[in-house]
Ligand binder design. Sequence first.
Ligand code: GTR
Length: 422
Amino acid sequence: MNRWPLLVVVIAALGVGSCSKLTLAWADLKPDGPAAQPEVLGGFGSQGQISSLEDWTERRRPALKDALQANIYGYFPDSYKLAVLDRKVLDENAFGGGRLEEYKLRAQLHFGEATSETKIFYMDVVTPAGAPNAPVILIQTFCPRWDTLPHPAIYRPEDAGGCGGGPATGAMTYVFGRYIATPPTETILARGYAVATIFPSEFAPDRKEKGLAALKELSKGRAPGKQRWGAIAAWAWGYSLMIDALEQDADAPRDYISWGHSRYGKSALLAAAFDDRITGVISHQSGTGGASLNRQKKGESVKAIIDAFPHWFAKAYESYANAEGAMPVDQHQLLALIAPRPVLLGNARRDVWSDPNGAFRAALGADPVYKLYGAQGLDQNRLDVWAPGANLAYWIRPGTHGVVKEDWPAFLDFMDAHFLKK
Ligand code: GTR
């Protein structure tokens, strides 16, 4: 008897259970729930007034960054250094015509006088032939670098696992979509974009105990009272490290687009909020702690996320479990920090665990700040309008949690609208 179908279903069910809750509910296609609420620091949003762009950039923006670090994500390091230890071309003709390079990197960070343990990790980059300054999509996924860019020359430590090959991968892509681990790199290159990837678990493992231990080590020496950062913030820092490495030999300004799905969707947003060199974001199904409002939310609650992933956030976030209403900040303010840069929020109608409607209402709440810059913020009043040219673009498709066939064409259309040099 052929047992594969049964095995695939069992693995798939386990995967869905741990990564997003399978549900038959679907998101309402009109804003459905309270508008973005906290009016931190005099606030903005439906009632809030910001007196000027200067008021926003000089006063509220820095204060909001502090509030997000203090209440949700923990503190980024005071300073850090990235060194390129080695860089080599692995293949001049990879993925249908790209130059594949590998960087060996060393990061060292400081809180106050203390220096953390040094972290060594790798980055792989593929650039379209003849376009050394192509916009770069910075990618982090659940799977190691050698799965994101499958190529035999990519360095992998001995005995290193991964997502590649075998029935488990089949089950994973069956449940979470064909692009969950591996993007369509040939198509991306042909459309004129480079891809860079790191596996952030190389410096901040996505594991409760190991992750917390690494984060404590990475936070050594922070000022008393400053929250230890969580993995979401450490991975966000990972996007900045990638840019540091790529910038070292850039001979022209480049576009950098932080790309992430789900937990890395949260980090991709946070990275752009804290690093102005990121010129665009694609944050797919980022949910709680990402684009979706914390208050009165559907799907994953603060309690559910900190119980399942205690290493993702600062300790302070725990105090808002079942008390989301007391939060002095909310996720529309994270989105507003990215203004006026282009952001795409990707969603799926039945991925109610990540609360697509809450993400839409957060975008509505961030919109006034886009307008303040004179940028086209949200150009839709319901969830199912697709306006890729808007700087706050919201995309929803049918289906569930994952990166599926329809998603990358939408991501590419959004990037073409914003980053393709005419
Ligand atoms: C889920 C988690 C979500 C989301 C997801 C993922 O289990 O509850 O917040 O980030 O994992 O990363 O796939």
